[in-house]
Design a protein around this ligand. Structure first.
Ligand SMILES: [Cu+2]
Length: 123
């Protein structure tokens, strides 16, 4: 191999290594069906923080989350810091929220304060 060829091969190897490293540090994308369409379920029988499923919800900025009330009782989805609030959701009711900022958002049901959930929003 001549000098230029060897240099090009070295550059190619470096860029491959660089790509591999950056890909490894990126968090994997959440699966839309499970992460972005959480369910509100009926009393999970003492299981802590299991009313909202999945919990926590992990999404990226701009990815819409749609909660569905799968219980027969009324519930809501209300952020502790007021960032979002669904209002009362009847059975089958849905609430959509699109996170615009990175952060960890804790939320609960104002009708049942023991119901807690968390949304973790990454860039
Ligand atoms: Cu509730």
């Amino acid at each position: 191999m001549n000098r230029v060829g060897g240099w090009l091969a070295a550059v190619a190897l470096l860029s491959i290594a660089g790509c591999g490293r950056s890909a490894a540090t990126k968090p994997s994308r959440p699966t839309p069906n499970t992460m972005l369409q959480p369910k509100i379920v009926e009393n999970p029988g003492g299981e802590p923080d299991a009313w909202y499923r999945p919990n926590p919800i992990r999404v990226r900025v701009g990815q819409a989350i749609t909660w569905t009330n799968n219980d027969a009782d009324l519930h809501d989805v209300t952020a502790d810091d007021g960032t979002f609030a669904s209002g009362t959701l009847a059975a089958g009711g849905t609430f959509r929220w699109v996170p615009r900022r990175v952060g960890t958002y804790r939320y609960s049901c104002t009708l049942h304060p023991e119901m807690h959930g968390t949304v973790i929003v990454s860039p």
